[in-house]
Design a protein. Structure first.
Length: 70
């Protein structure tokens, strides 16, 4: 999983409705040294299914939620 954050200038790299972001726009940005990354080493779990939601809720209910920092 991951997230992309762009500033408004990303529009300069998009060529139209059929443009595939992961191809030419990101390749151009990489060639120009405009991409950065952050490697998260903490807890991460997607929640796309009911099963994943139940697993996360079980962690919370058991007091073992690694994302709870208070």
């Amino acid at each position: 999983g991951g997230y992309c954050v762009f500033n408004r200038r990303i529009g300069e790299y998009l060529t139209g409705d059929n443009c595939i972001l992961e191809r030419e726009p990101l390749a151009s940005l990489a060639r120009e040294g405009q991409l950065k990354a952050h490697c998260h080493t903490g807890f991460w779990q997607c929640m796309n299914t009911q099963r994943e939601q139940q697993q996360l809720e079980a962690l919370w209910d058991a007091g073992n939620a690694p994302w709870k920092i208070w």
